[in-house]
Design a protein. Sequence first.
Length: 278
Amino acid sequence: MQSCPSGALSYCDDTLRLDTGKCSGCLRCTTACPNDALTPHAALQLHDALRKRSDKELLLISCERQKLFREEEIVVPCLAVFSHELLLFLFTFSTAQIIRFNLSGCKSCDNKEPCREFQQDLQCVRQTSGHYRLPCLDVLTEEKREREGGNRRLFLQALGAGAFQAATVSAIKEPGARCKPPSTSRQAPGKIQLLKEVVESGDTMHPLATAMIPKVRISADCTPCPRCAGICPTGALTLVSEGGGKKLSFSGMHCSGCSLCVQFCQRTALSMYCDYSC
């Protein structure tokens, strides 16, 4: 709710509600949610598109409102859909020499605030990557687009024909609708799965992906009781047998960083941290 720039999300009667009249379709809520409770269909399609276009020399990424109708272009609902994890996934698996983000209309867009946050995220990932190889990153501004002769008339024609469709979030269908019941299966959320692919992509551990994985400290005060393992939505915390007793085991490659375990620990024996900060 805090990440939504238009205040379209609210929580009432144990239900997350979406006001579609306020929603601008920026999908910033999906990047903020640690457990994939808000997952747009566009995000799954985006992963496939990134894989298929990974061998292009130039990769152009635009939002629905500013698409340039070019062969090398990947269109997303809004650039704000790119989380730190998705950016790192893109940089790791794309062999494109240049990745260009089309920001030409962001300043005048309803989603200008989420787009500004995306630019900060992009800069953060670049700065914290250290010496690890990144493709040449470029942004297409309004001024650059005019100099390159971008044809805005095509976009306006497509807009008039109804080509633009606002992105929808699959977990919330309409105003006042209840969210889907949570899945009973425990699995790592999409962001962590992306990080896992990056970590396992080379012979050596990827330093930035490894730093992004949440970590939990378990102090000697842990009894252990089943509260934290029971509340963990991804199965990152489990109780294992050891020396005739029980021991709390933690797997960072399954942790979403939601910190529910820390909040539910009655003995304050758990603390969560991350080596990656921005």
